[in-house]
Design a protein around this ligand. Structure first.
Ligand code: GLA
Length: 726
């Protein structure tokens, strides 16, 4: 049993393979948090709460003269604003009189097998899970909050979400409705987040906790390049192999906040959910609101242990559909090869060059539709520009298929160009404040995805294109953030709902399209990796990681990404040199091995490659396909710290049986490689051959003394070693 109720101690305990989470029904029916950490069996952890009279702490009325019970000190499962918890909270509610106080107490709980779906939202597959539902009631009867905890034992994960219901007779307005709170009675920990910008996403940032708030957020309408909705709280001495770590990953792709607050008593409160800025939600009597799911994961085997648990969970329980487990195609994308300047013959030339090299799929990127010859026009007009292409889509797909490749296609469904037929016919379909000039970004405006007529138009035009030819892949892009967020179909008191309704609309359309075209592989994208989150992975099992294809920059982008997301989710392509984003020239071998640490492909004009490089591409594709399972299903180990080690980067994947491993090293600034790199994840008892050599080395020696690295002859060179058990 993963969830246990002890009616004597009044504890609710969630056990996973190696972790324990415990809450208890405390004095005055409060729901208090007792413990989350390494596994402990049989004990009540209520002793961790110290009841004492604390200066300036409020006490609930029914505590009478007892000044030792205060919500401002006690760790809680779902803190609310207004009745004495002055820390960050999960819930702020305004009632019809304008009052902002609510007081939640334990009402009842249920424990059951499985996991309910979250209507309209992405969520973790709960096969084999056990769920605890705790219902909290407001003392004045205004609302109830049901907290959900689903235990996925073998992943050491608990997923959490909340449903808030108006149980009063008047409307309520949610002003803050976060998904999850974790109170940790300690402040000697590090806070790890992933910041960035366009073309430089998910850079690791690690710092000791400070007093007060440290948070990350997005109010851009997308989870963003700037901060990723995934955070780690870990022991200050936690490393790749040791130390306790908590990971929190938001299964949501819109505005978010994740905050760590160190309070006056040295406790840390971690909260995550939809960003309250620009948010309010009107709940009529009887209506409810679902705060999206958060994945909580625990590891006492360091950051590496946390990574491997999350990789498996996201791969197996978040990604869905036939492509979640199926071998992904090696693709060639037209963007950096031709940008907007292509026709059918150009694409076929690329396909002809690609076919003998082992490429599986040609992706026709931006520029094939409407009047789209630059980024100034055409978005929204999802009809094939046959004049530009010189053929129909069906003919193109037939001819590409005859060469042995599949055909993929790019869409940016959520956007509209002012210079488009769609905008001319439906100027009211975009987000915009009445009577105010709107904000352009990349010359485009954002469609109001909360509108069912907008979604209906997109579903019918996109499915029309997908039905008109043999299309096996869709790249779903989103190239600007949301501003002027106002919807023409909602009343004034519901305009605070638009950001979230927009996201629900995007999910709704994705759900419909992925269900209607189950054989099509959808890849997510938002100006590269600007919406790289567990929410999108529910619909698109891979996401273009960054518009920056420079292999050396990609090492730090993919390093940061690897903490929370599996390699099978990371769209990575080798591109031309000098690199279009950075101007750097890196050997093709290195561009290949870096892109291979993801869903592999190319983004260059193959027709222009000299024969020697074409042979290199052919070898890389053959190698990738040969080791596909190892790379995409293996356990991932970071061997160097990309933030601290500017000399070289090394990583490896190990098969679950530990019979096989793939090691990769890339030289960064230095031309002098290390003599040895200590490996990880091998079986110390097994012996391994390196690249089929005669000599075998013990797993223990390779992990403790290291693998010998050959000499290099220049900067940015790389070396890979396949380790096979003998
Ligand atoms: C975004 C994507 C690119 C490409 C362009 C096309 O920037 O990240 O890969 O598809 O849009 O406009």
């Amino acid at each position: 049993m993963a969830v246990l109720f002890d009616s004597v101690q009044k504890t609710l305990t969630i056990q996973t393979r190696q972790s324990t989470y415990q809450m208890g029904i405390g004095p005055h029916n409060s729901l208090l948090h007792y413990y989350y950490g390494p596994k402990i069996e049989g004990d009540s952890m209520a002793y961790r709460l110290r009841y004492a009279d604390r200066g300036f702490a409020g006490n609930p009325y029914e505590a009478g003269k007892d000044r030792t019970f205060s919500f401002d000190y006690l760790p809680q499962e779902y803190p609310v604003f207004g009745v004495g918890d002055f820390r960050t909270t999960c819930l702020t509610v305004a009632d019809a009189q304008g009052g902002r106080a609510c007081d939640l107490r334990y009402g009842s709980h249920k424990i059951y097998e499985g996991k309910p779906a979250l209507r309209g939202l992405p969520s973790v597959n709960g096969d084999g899970a056990q769920t605890l539902e705790v219902c909290l009631q407001d003392t004045a009867g205004s609302l109830s909050v049901t907290l959900f905890y689903s235990a996925l034992e073998e992943y050491d994960a608990i997923t959490r979400w909340a449903v808030i219901r108006n149980t009063s007779k008047e409307p309520l307005f949610l002003e803050e409705a976060l998904s999850c709170c974790l109170d940790v009675p300690c402040d000697q920990m590090d806070w790890v987040t992933f910041y960035g910008r366009h073309a430089m996403e998910r850079q690791l940032d690690r710092a000791p906790l400070r007093h007060g708030n440290q948070g990350i957020e997005s109010v851009r309408g997308a989870s963003s390049h700037q901060q990723n909705p995934f955070v780690i709280l870990c022991d200050s001495d936690a490393g790749e192999r040791t130390g306790c770590c908590f990971g929190m990953s938001f299964v949501y792709s819109g505005n978010f906040i994740a905050n760590a607050q160190v309070g006056q008593f040295g406790h840390t409160r971690l909260t995550m959910g939809i960003h309250p800025k620009g948010f309010s939600w009107k709940l009529e009597p009887g209506e409810s609101f679902t705060a999206p799911e958060v994945i909580l994961c625990h590891s006492e085997e360091g950051l590496g242990g946390l990574t491997r648990r999350l990789h498996r969970l996201l791969r197996e329980r978040v990604c869905r559909g036939e492509w979640s487990a199926k071998q992904r195609p090696v693709l060639i994308n037209s963007w950096e090869a031709a940008y907007f300047d292509f026709d059918c013959e150009k694409l076929l030339d690329i396909a002809r060059a690609a076919a003998p090299l082992g490429v599986d799929l040609l992706v026709m990127d931006d520029g094939w539709f409407g009047n789209r010859n630059s980024d100034c026009s055409g978005l929204g007009d999802w009809t094939v520009n046959e004049g530009k292409l010189g053929c129909t889509l069906q003919e193109l797909s037939r001819r590409v298929k005859a060469l042995g490749l599949g055909l993929g296609i790019w869409f940016e469904p959520e956007m509209v160009s002012e210079d488009s037929e769609l905008y001319r016919s439906h100027p009211d379909w975009c987000l915009r404040n009445p009577g105010r000039a709107t904000t352009r970004s990349r010359y485009q405006l954002v469609l109001d995805m909360s509108r069912s007529d907008v979604r209906e138009y997109l579903f019918s035009t996109i499915s029309g294109v997908l039905q008109s030819a043999d299309i096996t892949y869709v790249k779903w892009d989103m190239n600007r953030h949301l501003t002027n967020v106002w919807s023409a179909v909602l009343p004034a008191d519901r305009q605070g709902e638009v950001y979230h309704r927009y996201m629900l609309g995007v999910y709704h359309l994705l759900e419909r399209l992925t269900a209607a075209f189950p054989h099509v592989l959808f890849e997510g994208c938002a100006g590269g990796g600007g919406r790289f989150d567990a929410g999108m992975l529910y619909y698109t099992p891979q996401i273009w990681c960054s518009d920056n294809t420079d292999a050396i920059d990609r090492i730090s982008i993919q390093y940061g990404t690897s903490f929370g997301y599996p390699l099978s989710a990371v769209g990575a392509h080798a591109s031309a040199c000098p690199n279009h984003q950075t101007g750097r020239t890196v050997p093709l071998e290195t561009r290949g091995v870096v892109a291979m640490a993801g869903t592999f492909g190319y983004e260059l004009d193959l027709t222009r490659l000299p024969e020697e490089e074409r042979n290199c591409v052919k070898r890389q594709i053959a190698f990738y396909k040969q080791h596909y399972q190892l790379i995409n299903r293996g356990d991932y180990y970071r061997l160097t710290n990309a933030v601290k080690n500017r000399k070289y980067a090394a990583w490896m994947t190990v098969s679950p049986s530990k019979n096989e491993a793939l090691f990769t090293i890339v030289l960064l600034e230095s031309v002098t490689p290390p003599e040895f790199v200590r490996l990880d994840g091998l079986d110390p008892e097994k012996r391994y051959q390196i690249n089929g050599g005669k000599e075998a080395f013990g797993g223990a020696a390779l992990m403790k003394a290291g693998l010998a690295i050959p000499l290099f002859t220049g900067p940015n060179q790389c070396w890979q070693a396949v380790l096979t058990q003998v």
